[in-house]
Design a binder for this molecule. Structure first.
Ligand SMILES: [Zn+2]
Length: 172
């Protein structure tokens, strides 16, 4: 566990580009200094949110991230939509998207959620969550690829993606 402001040497993430991105983002976004970064555990590549997640509790805000070891990076890399998204932004081929690009994008995406949440109350955040759950229920019978594409169009996901993409060039 660690604060966003400082990445201690024994931090659970051992992948240097990930720690650099976290340190940089925490310096330029003081409004999320109260957010804790905690280990995610196993990655599910079928999840629309495979690289991590953000949780807004009544008394705390958490970003869960994997260690970004080789196995984690392989799992994250399997999500085709993510590769395409990052490739489109950087104007390169999806095959040319490196681990570092994924990882930095994933971290910036979760930070984007935290920034979005910093301007909302717990109740407001919950209300938006309920609306989004309703939308996702309608996507339930769609094939996985379409479901993930629909998920990424949800307002909070769009916000986090836009934040991450806007910072990607500076972080790589
Ligand atoms: Zn997200």
């Amino acid at each position: 566990m660690g604060d966003l402001v400082e990445v201690p040497p024994d931090f659970f993430i051992g992948y240097a580009p990930a720690n650099l991105a976290l340190s940089h983002l925490s310096m330029v976004t003081p409004e999320i200094a109260d957010v804790l970064v905690v280990p995610l555990g196993e990655i599910n590549p079928k999840d629309g949110h495979p690289g991590g997640n953000f949780q807004y509790n009544r008394n705390s805000k958490l970003i869960r991230l994997p260690e970004f070891n080789e196995h984690d990076r392989e799992q994250i890399g399997k999500l085709g939509g993510l590769r395409k998204l990052v490739a489109g932004f950087l104007k390169i081929k999806p095959d040319s998207v490196t681990d570092e690009m994924f990882v930095v994008f994933t971290i910036a995406h979760e930070i984007g959620h935290a920034i979005d949440a910093s301007s909302k109350t717990f109740e407001e955040w919950q209300e938006i969550g309920l609306k989004e759950e309703g939308i996702m229920t309608r996507y339930k019978w769609l094939p996985l690829k379409k479901r993930i594409a629909g998920y990424r169009q949800l307002p909070r996901e769009k916000y986090a993606d836009d934040f991450a993409l806007a910072r990607l060039n500076k972080l790589l």
